[in-house]
Design a protein around this ligand. Structure first.
Ligand code: AVJ
Length: 328
């Protein structure tokens, strides 16, 4: 391992034993409901994360490349508008698109600190070590935790901060939780801080549905992988070949749903939970919702959390948007 200067990298973990039980608890809740459901976060084990990375490269999945294009085009403007010295990233992952913003902050000579917040300790460490080398003079304060619960543990600000939550991940929250999340975020933001939020836009449902049911079948594999997670982690015996991938756009709620449909009647045993589950023929298990936004919806969700929309940055085809907001 490379030597680390303690003065530039600090990583704190706020995850405890309670967090390790969440898969079991979520599965127990979700599989005993009249309409079976699993939270999308369990899609991302090592294999699921690999499959998600593959999704981001698919021709049908426009979101990743469009968001990157918007950031590339607007980074300078965003940095100039916010005067941010610090970037706080929620769900930082590999911090791929983050570099575009860090580059712009470095060029503006304002960059002082990067604060990645992620549930994966390995990811936070890896990103921290890589980025301090790439950006000399910048420090990294990693927060290993859940951005729905641990935002109160952010280090005290060095100056104006830019909070970023990219990739359209906010779409995974149902509407009430979405507002609760934004309110929680607003509570830790100060009057000099801004929020940069990536959201997918409402558009022709055929474009959205193709993005979640690609012709190479990668999204289907990604969806079905959650059953392998339950088999491995909880000693379940899902027969993965007897479930099929379903994706449809709910026009009224303006979100896409991913589901797994049992192709025939089946019985599943989840050993670790001492749980027996029946699936009727064609019964579905919901694995994800991913909300799509209109500018109006975005504005009103932000306003409900006490945030004021400053600017909406969009691509020429109006596929995706990156919004900048601040305390209202
Ligand atoms: C990572 C939640 C933004 O909703 O588009 C991709 C996950 N699901 N294909 C999305 C996902 C199916 C993705 N987010």
């Amino acid at each position: 391992m490379e030597p680390i200067l303690d003065s530039t990298i600090e990583v704190r973990s706020y995850l405890g034993p309670a967090d390790e039980r969440t898969l079991a608890d979520d599965v127990l809740d979700g599989l005993t409901r009249p309409l079976k459901e699993l939270p999308p976060k369990h899609l991302y084990d090592a294999r699921g994360s690999e499959l998600f990375d593959a999704i981001c490269e698919l021709p049908e999945y426009y979101q990743t490349r469009t968001e990157r294009l918007i950031l590339r085009t607007q980074a300078q403007t965003i940095v100039a508008r916010t005067s941010a010295v610090e970037l706080v990233e929620l769900g930082s992952g590999s911090a791929d698109k983050t570099r575009v913003l860090l580059d712009a902050m470095e060029a503006a000579r304002t960059l002082r600190r990067y604060v990645p917040v992620d549930v994966s300790e390995t990811t936070v460490h890896a990103v921290a070590e890589r980025l301090v080398e790439e950006y000399p003079g910048m420090s990294v304060h990693g927060v290993v935790g859940d951005f729905e619960r641990h935002l109160t543990h952010l280090p005290s600000p060095l100056g104006p901060r830019l909070f970023v939550f990219l990739g359209g991940t906010i779409g995974n929250f149902p509407p009430g939780s979405r507002r609760r999340f934004l309110r929680g975020l607003r509570k830790v933001m100060g009057p000099d801080d801004h929020l940069l939020l990536g959201t997918d836009l409402v558009k022709d449902p055929r474009i959205i549905e193709a993005a979640y049911d690609d012709s190479a079948g990668v999204t289907a594999q990604f969806n079905l992988n959650v059953l392998h997670v339950l088999n491995r982690e909880l000693g379940a015996n899902f027969d993965v070949d007897r479930f099929e991938h379903v994706a449809f756009f709910d026009r009224k709620r303006e979100w896409i749903e991913m589901r797994l449909r049992a192709t025939e009647q089946q019985h599943v045993r989840v050993e670790a939970l001492d749980l027996d589950v029946e699936f009727a023929p064609r019964e579905e298990l919901r694995t994800e919702i991913s909300a799509k936004f209109t500018p109006e919806r975005l504005r009103s969700d932000l306003a409900a959390a006490g945030l004021e929309l400053v600017e909406l940055y969009t691509d020429p085809n109006k596929l995706f948007t990156v919004s900048l907001s601040r305390l209202g």
